[in-house]
Design a protein around this ligand. Structure first.
Ligand SMILES: [Zn+2]
Length: 413
């Protein structure tokens, strides 16, 4: 069985190191954007698969010359851009409108050759040789960093250095994989407890434990900002233009801060309920599925998912996504599962078969968690290495636990 763990740690940087990392990120983004442009202008991508080697051969030498980046970082930037373009082509094949990916967020991928980990510091390749920042680690030991990155039972796979523009700090997210040598690895049974999350317009987020993040004030403030923008726009002067820019910046900072808070609370909910995984629905077609969602909702969903993906691993909690099909129409009682569009009326869910009545978003959150259980069980079953794959996943619900496999409600259904 493939067990992966992620640790996220904050880097403790001097002003000079900080500056070097920003400059490294800038050149990294330059390479990624150049690669995306190159792939995009080449129409052959629509007919056949993009050839990674061909793209690398065409760009690598030039990008090395144009930047001060070390070989692995140039390759990583090229790789990231190719993957993004490929994902675009996949969406394009499904008939969706796509445009050339652009990279603006300061994130860089590191591998074994560009990053080296020590007990209290990491050595990172940059535009000025290596920098070696130490970590800001949480007080309670063992931290995920100690448990996974420094453990002999786990091997380092890759890591991502990310600048968080909200709190102005650099973080490194480190992925590890358990080494399955002999079966002597400490008893990790693969058992997981899941927190399902439903994202929506009525409530921004609802967890399978029955906690609601309403988002009323989020909607309210987005409307207020909109109103204010409209008033300023009518003036049409140069000073109005400047005021508009300032307002835009303030609004963005405010929205990010808001979602940050929700993300933190969501991770805390998982930790308090001893959950190993937080599961969301995939957001790819969210606009089609939630036609009543405004752009600021869609922005909030993506932002929330991204923040939780970075924050949860700091607490040893992983994050995953499942396909969203019918999670809102399906009865979440494990002994029923009846799926029909008439089951849902706005915020109210009432199963037409068994009569189960519950808040529609809460019902959705449970389904998302249960779906993860089935996905994982299926994956374990189809893996030749795993045994029977029994009872690996429990879903944490309001006041109890559901076992996705046995279809036996234990409590709180
Ligand atoms: Zn039912």
């Amino acid at each position: 069985m493939d067990v992966r763990r992620t640790a996220v740690v904050k880097l403790d940087l001097s002003d000079e190191q900080r500056d070097v990392l920003h400059r490294t990120a800038e050149q990294y983004l330059y390479c990624a954007n150049r690669t995306a442009d190159y792939c995009w202008s080449d129409t052959s991508y629509t007919e056949c698969r993009i050839n990674k080697r061909q793209v690398r051969d065409a760009l690598y030498a030039t990008l090395r010359k144009e930047t001060e980046l070390q070989a692995q970082l140039v390759q990583a930037a090229i790789k990231r851009a190719i993957e993004a373009v490929k994902a675009c082509v996949e969406r394009w094949k499904k008939g969706q409108r796509v445009s050339c990916p652009t990279f603006t967020a300061e994130t860089m991928d590191y591998d074994r050759r560009s990053a080296t980990f020590y007990r209290n510091k990491v050595s990172l390749a940059t535009v000025e040789g290596r920098v070696e920042p130490s970590f800001v680690l949480p007080a309670d030991s063992p931290t995920p960093y100690e448990r996974y990155v420094l453990s002999e039972n786990y091997e380092f796979r890759e890591s991502t250095v990310r600048y968080d523009a909200v709190d102005g700090e650099f973080y490194i997210q480190i992925s590890t994989r358990r080494i399955d040598g002999d079966a002597e690895v400490p008893a990790d049974t693969g058992h997981q407890t899941v927190l399902g999350i439903d994202l929506g317009v009525n409530s921004l987020a609802v967890s399978s434990t029955g906690t609601f993040w309403q988002g009323d004030d989020y909607d309210h403030w987005c409307r207020e900002f909109e109103k204010r923008r409209g008033e300023i726009q009518q003036r049409g002067t140069q000073s109005a233009h400047n005021a508009l820019l300032r307002l835009g910046k303030r609004e963005e900072a405010w929205r990010k801060q808001y979602i940050h808070t929700v993300a933190n609370e969501l991770v805390a909910e998982a930790v308090e309920n001893d959950c190993d995984v937080i599961v969301f629905e995939e957001l790819t077609d969210i606009r089609e599925r939630l036609p009543q969602a405004k752009w600021h909702h869609v922005w909030a969903f993506r932002c929330l998912y991204e923040y939780v993906s970075y924050k949860a691993p700091e607490q040893g909690v992983s994050v995953d996504q499942v396909e969203p099909n019918y999670t809102s129409q399906r009865c979440s009682r494990t002994d029923c599962g009846f799926t029909h569009e008439d089951n849902r009326h706005g915020e109210h869910f009432c199963c037409q078969k068994c009569g189960y009545e519950v808040n529609a978003d809460y019902n959705g959150a449970k389904n998302i968690g249960l779906r993860y259980g089935r996905k994982r069980t299926h994956r374990l079953r189809s893996s030749p290495k795993s045994g029977s794959g029994d009872a690996e996943v429990d879903l944490r619900v309001n006041g109890g636990t559901l076992n996705g496999e046995s279809h036996r409600p234990i409590a709180g259904d």
